[in-house]
Design a protein around this ligand. Structure first.
Ligand code: NAD
Length: 199
């Protein structure tokens, strides 16, 4: 018997990068993992590697998140973990960031977290278990120059997480946020010169 035997984990945006690593990390201690990504081709290799299920889903789409949670509960049961993420580039300084950029950052980050939290929080009577993890960012706590839009959106995820945690505590459903710092992934590789990442 290993730690997550009998548990099912859904990981959104898991076709590559940090969330793909999370999906792989959850499989090792025994969870059945459902890998979801907006890019259907991307999630395939992760799911194949870990013997999981892959589903092409847009994490910002309420209806698609509802279907993802419902299909997972139907096929695997509900004793689970739901990992919510999002991603976007590029970043720009305060004077360069446009209203449209700002709206996009807010939409992608907030709308990727909110539907997942809401749909995953549908608790059956007597269930008394579950865990939701939102991927925020260190910059949501500390702020980062050139990332006012992303920092603001990630800070919002902290508020969402704290409120949802208080609301769901009496159902024994935990809601937490993790705050990665700069990590080498396809997103950062595309946005930063290798010498900056190497530092
Ligand atoms: N890499 C870093 O330095 C860093 C630092 C702090 C926080 N984060 C956070 O970690 C998470 C992952 O970052 P990463 O660097 O691994 O990103 P990445 O861009 O390398 O990978 C993101 C994955 O998400 C998928 N995706 C994007 N939008 C989606 C959507 N709407 N619905 C479903 N899938 C979608 C992409 O297809 C891709 O497979 C993000 O939430 C990011 O903000 C990353």
């Amino acid at each position: 018997m290993v730690l997550l035997d009998g548990r099912v984990a859904v990981v959104t945006c898991a076709g590559q990068g940090i969330d793909a690593a999370i999906a792989r990390g959850l499989r090792s201690p025994g969870a059945q993992v459902v890998v979801s990504d907006i890019n259907g081709d991307a999630d395939m290799s992760v799911a194949t590697d870990i013997g999981g299920t892959d589903v092409a889903r847009d994490a910002t789409d309420e209806q698609q998140m509802r279907h993802l949670v419902a299909a997972t509960a139907r096929d695997h049961g509900r004793r689970g973990l739901f990992v919510n993420s999002a991603s976007m580039t590029p970043d720009a300084s305060l004077q360069e960031v446009t209203g449209a950029d700002f709206d996009k950052a807010i939409t992608v980050h907030l709308h990727a977290a909110w539907p997942g939290v809401r749909e995953a929080s549908g608790v059956k009577p007597g269930q008394k278990t579950g865990s939701i993890v939102n991927i925020s960012s260190l910059f949501g706590k500390s702020g980062n120059p050139g990332q006012t839009d992303r920092s603001a959106a990630k800070a919002w995820i902290v508020g969402l997480t704290k409120a949802a945690a208080k609301e769901l505590a009496h159902h024994h459903v935990r809601v937490n946020a993790v705050h990665p710092s700069l990590t080498s992934t396809p997103m950062t590789a595309a946005a930063m010169p290798p010498e900056v990442l190497a530092e």
